[in-house]
Ligand binder design. Structure first.
Ligand SMILES: NC(=O)c1ccc[n+]([C@@H]2O[C@H](COP(=O)([O-])OP(=O)(O)OC[C@H]3O[C@@H](n4cnc5c(N)ncnc54)[C@H](OP(=O)(O)O)[C@@H]3O)[C@@H](O)[C@H]2O)c1
Length: 330
């Protein structure tokens, strides 16, 4: 099969595209013909060596996939050949990456794709959608009528958080780095969308939510508690989920006197069953049309190195070139 893989960590051009042996499904695994995969910032950190990971080479890239089941292992119960399926959280803990024409995935990680949903849309909402759902539902327990703030409303995570918070009945404030992206944030349902480069975001937040923010979703890799905590409402909840090197100051007094709480979130810690709970809602919301994939562009899997370069420049280099996910087609 063709695959995009690395033999060493380094810049995007360490990514090779070529033939690797076809995988074989073990007892609890399905063999999948992959039709769509996407790029996540974590792929970039691991490929570049920014996050040291235990890798065995050749290491196939990628976390998410969508495709069709070709064969099932002897103990597989929930799937049969021909089923359209999607998965996230691959490419870690002995699980192979997804950037290949064929992949084997344990059935615990697999979800059906609803009839009316495309592989391209579901893959673009897989890791980021599960992340948003875990944070909003399991961690922050966002309630209808509350006010949520998230930076980067057209980003992978941000666009999912904006839409899901609206589905859950919240008022949503978000930001973006250009007026065009601010417009997209409004189209995604944000009640207040601000250009963080040209507008006074904090003054606008205070005006829009004078009682404070109930859930502050911190997606920046350099979070500022000095900034966010004064804007939190009493009993406000904060989610932190980015910036492994970040060591910001934390204003303890202003935080505890408001009874606030702080939640760390790494989606890869969620069990298969916790991820499936999120996946069920994602499937349903896509069918209903209340949740939409935010896809910046679709490329061929042979362009994986180019896709990584674009993602790295946008997420790490902050050049703002992307507004959503890159989907790749094997
Ligand atoms: N913990 C987890 O489970 C988990 C899961 C997924 C992702 N993550 C992490 O979460 C972060 C975001 O991931 P992603 O996939 O959403 O990345 P992304 O698609 O690259 O989005 C990043 C967003 O940040 C915005 N941004 C950058 N600088 C900003 C600033 N100064 N003020 C406000 N917004 C700013 C960008 O807005 P503009 O483009 O408009 O400038 C963009 O929308 C990454 O670090 C990723 O590794 C963690």
């Amino acid at each position: 099969m063709k695959a995009a893989y690395i033999q060493q960590t380094g810049p995007p051009d360490v990514i090779l595209y070529g033939d690797l042996p076809d995988p074989k499904a073990k007892r609890t695994e399905c063999l999948i013909k992959v039709t769509d995969v996407d790029v996540n910032p974590i792929d970039v950190y691991i490929r570049s060596g920014l996050i040291p990971a235990k890798l065995s080479f050749p290491s196939i890239l990628g976390r998410d996939l969508a495709g069709t089941v070709l064969q099932v292992g002897a103990a597989v119960k929930r799937f049969k050949p021909g089923d359209r399926v999607w998965a996230s959280n691959q490419g870690a803990d002995e699980r192979s990456g997804t950037f290949s024409e064929l992949a084997t995935v344990d059935e615990r990680w697999l979800n059906m794709i609803p009839q009316t949903v495309s592989e391209t849309d579901i893959v673009a909402l897989s890791l980021v959608g599960i992340t948003a759902h875990l944070g909003l539902v399991r961690k922050a327990k966002l309630k209808g009528g509350e006010t949520l703030f998230v930076n980067g409303g057209t980003g992978g995570v941000g666009s999912s958080v904006v839409q899901m918070a609206k589905i859950l009945g919240a008022r949503v404030i978000t930001t973006a780095g250009s007026d065009d992206k601010v417009k997209i944030c409004r189209e995604l349902g944000a009640d207040l969308a601000l250009n963080y480069k040209t507008q006074d975001v904090d003054a606008s937040i205070k005006e829009f939510a004078p009682k404070g923010i109930n859930v502050w979703w911190e997606s920046l890799r350099e979070p500022s508690f000095e900034r966010a905590i004064p804007l939190l409402a009493p009993r406000g909840r904060m989610i932190v989920m980015a910036g492994r090197e970040a060591r910001p100051a934390f204003p303890v007094g202003p935080f505890y006197v408001k009874d606030c709480s702080l939640h760390g979130l790494a989606m890869f810690n969620a069990t298969p069953s916790e991820q499936r709970d999120a996946a069920e809602d994602i499937n349903q919301w896509l069918v209903e049309g209340t949740l939409k994939a935010r896809i910046d562009r679709t490329l061929s899997l042979s362009q994986a190195a180019e896709a990584h370069r674009l993602q790295e420049e946008s997420t790490v280099g902050k050049n703002g070139s992307l507004a959503g996910k890159i989907v790749l087609k094997p």
